[in-house]
Structures are given as structure tokens and as C-alpha cells.
Design a protein around this ligand. Sequence first.
Ligand code: ZN
Length: 197
Amino acid sequence: MAQSIVEDLILNLTKLPGIGRKTAQRLAFYILSMDKDDALSIAQSIIEAKQKALFCSICFNLTDEDPCHICIDTTRDSKTLCVVEETSNITAIERTGFFKGKYHVLLGALSPVDGIYADKLKIRELTERISKEDIEEVILATNPNTKGELTAKYITELIKPFGIKVSRIAYGLPIGSDIEFADEVTLSKALEGRRQL
Ligand SMILES: [Zn+2]
């Protein structure tokens, strides 16, 4: 009996991304050896997050209140919209403390080969926001890869008729890196995104 409970735990852990059978086994035995309160706290966090987390109806950020804390923050610049692929990107940009505008999460990126077309993403919702809200600039912060580039290009064309400023985040070389070891895409993008000194 106890054996099958442990086996269930292992099988459930293998459902997580990047967790194979071996890692799941190691995690399961670690969880069993943990302090009971700590282990239950992990379980409780999963239950609470799954029960309470929802997407903000304005920006599609993950939140426990709708609209999310960023959308209702009147101290933020509501004329500048930063478009990202995933909600986790908001966390990354917020950590820089640099951006004080609002966000729009697409919940993915265009990828025709995988059947991900514009209607699968929150692109229509983006154009609706642009037509209803007083937005002056859209910053496209989709990922600097094929899907992200395609998505940025698509949105740029789509919102051209609105006549607002559209910008793309600049890519560069990671600080502390060496030009010699940069790949061509990174280096060409770094040159493209150069600024005048
Ligand atoms: Zn929001």
C-alpha cells in the first residue's frame, strides 16, 4: 500500500516539464524525508495557486484579482503598452524596475508550423485595447527568436493603421560577454540596435 502511494507521487512528479523518472524518484524521496510542515506547505501552495490564479481580463497577466495589480495601478503610465509572450516575462521586466507602463500578454507566439495562428493568441484583444484606450506607444518585447520575431512583425503591420509609435526591444550582447564568442544572430541584432553616443 505504502509502496503505491510513493509510486503515485513519483508518477505525478514526472508530469512536470524536465522531470524524468530518475529525478521524480529523487524528488519523491526528498519530499518524504522533509519536515512535514514544509512538504504540506508546497502541496498547499499548488492547491491555492490552482484554485485562485486567473488571467487578468485586461492584460492577461496571471493574478488572483481581476483586473490585476498592474492594470489598476494609477501611478503607472497607461499610454505605454509593453507586449510580451508569457506572464513570466512581466516578472522579468518588473525585476529591472525600468518599465513603468502597462502590459499585454499574448499567451504565446505565432508559430504556423505548430498551428499557432493569430486567433490562438490575445492579438485581437490587443488591437481592441489600442482602439479603446489612450495608448501612444507599443513596445514589442516578444522573444528574440523566430517565433517572437514573426509575432512582432505581424503585430507591427496590424497596428500600423492606428498611427501610434511601435518599438521593438533592442537586443544586445550579454554584459560581460565577448564579441568573439557571440553568435551571428546576436551580433547582427546588437549592431542593428546600436545607439548614437
Ligand atoms: Zn492586468
